[in-house]
Design a protein around this ligand. Structure first.
Ligand SMILES: Cc1cc2nc3c(=O)[nH]c(=O)nc-3n(C[C@H](O)[C@H](O)[C@H](O)COP(=O)(O)OP(=O)(O)OC[C@H]3O[C@@H](n4cnc5c(N)ncnc54)[C@H](O)[C@@H]3O)c2cc1C
Length: 258
């Protein structure tokens, strides 16, 4: 089986995010970059399917130079090879442009299965997997919590409100990973050393047959704002009875949550 995993590099959720002076993007200076956690589930699942069925796992990431470290992390987990999509034209594109570049890179690979995360943490658009399925003309199953592959088909469980759905799809297909699909492995020292020797092929827009018009964003981020500053802590004075009454009053009248 050939399994392709779309891997996005995102800011670590523990990083302190600051808005850049343009008011539309984040200041990257203090950001620590990681593989999007949902994409780690996708990589882990690809490796587990490969371990059962044989085959190969190819990672594809679109991003600037730093995206190579996300690809190296996936290679250290056990993926076989990686493709880095890098071009100044990709840097200001939207989800459609991202999906077009990913689709152009993935199409010639002849994948049996394309795995993605259900959302890229930080951007959280949850659009790329659907766009990718459409551009590749493949069926799609979203938010997978279990994937079984056999006889040219995949059986995929999805978590929906209060229930689990089981879907069957022909392969190839695009399946997006939800939390609960698996527990991603840590890269071993041997894996980290081996990853240094694995190939990362780099492709730009021209190599993918894309011209600038395919990558012009149709939507743009108009503004980015941090959450409002947290109000100062208020201490409630008095004996326990008074404190409880005052707390209930504040929750009811000011916070309006009861
Ligand atoms: C400088 C800059 C300018 C930008 N300008 C715009 C803009 O004008 N308009 C706009 O809409 N967006 C813009 N973006 C956002 C950028 O296009 C996002 O990467 C894209 O929208 C995907 O967002 P997401 O993480 O929310 O994707 P989602 O759809 O939430 O991602 C779901 C899954 O798709 C796959 N995936 C997504 N992105 C990638 C990737 N890059 N490489 C590999 N796999 C991927 C992963 O498997 C991921 O788990 C900009 C980003 C930057 C850094």
């Amino acid at each position: 089986m050939k399994i392709v995993v779309a891997v996005k590099q995102v800011p670590d959720t523990e990083s302190r995010i600051r808005i850049a002076p343009d008011g539309r993007s984040i200041a990257e200076g203090e950001v620590n970059w990681i593989v999007s956690p949902y994409d780690e589930f996708a990589i882990e699942e690809a490796l587990r399917i490969k371990e059962k069925k044989g085959g190969e796992v190819v990672l594809v990431s679109l991003g600037p130079d730093r995206a190579q470290s996300a690809l190296r992390s996936g290679l250290a987990m056990g993926a076989d090879s990686a493709i880095h999509l890098k071009d100044p034209l990709f840097e200001a594109t939207d989800t459609l442009g991202t999906a077009r570049a990913l689709a152009a890179a993935i199409k010639p690979l002849g994948a049996d299965l394309v795995l993605t995360g259900q959302q890229g943490v930080g951007g959280d658009n949850s659009q790329v997997p659907g766009l990718l399925a459409e551009l590749l003309d493949l069926p799609q199953v979203t938010v997978a919590v279990k994937i079984e592959v056999a006889d040219g088909k995949a059986t995929v469980e999805r978590e929906v409100e209060g229930a689990h759905e089981t879907w069957e799809t022909s392969l190839p297909a695009v399946v997006s990973a939800q939390k609960g699909l698996n527990e991603p492995r840590y890269a071993s020292l041997k894996g980290i050393m081996a990853a240094k020797k694995k190939t990362i092929e780099t492709k730009d827009a021209a190599a993918l047959g894309l011209d600038a018009s395919a990558l012009v964003p149709k939507v743009r981020v108009a503004a980015l704002e941090g959450p409002p500053a947290r109000p100062a802590v208020r201490m409630i004075e008095g004996d326990p009875d008074t404190q409880v009454k005052e707390l209930l009053r504040l929750l009811h009248e000011e916070a309006k949550i009861i």
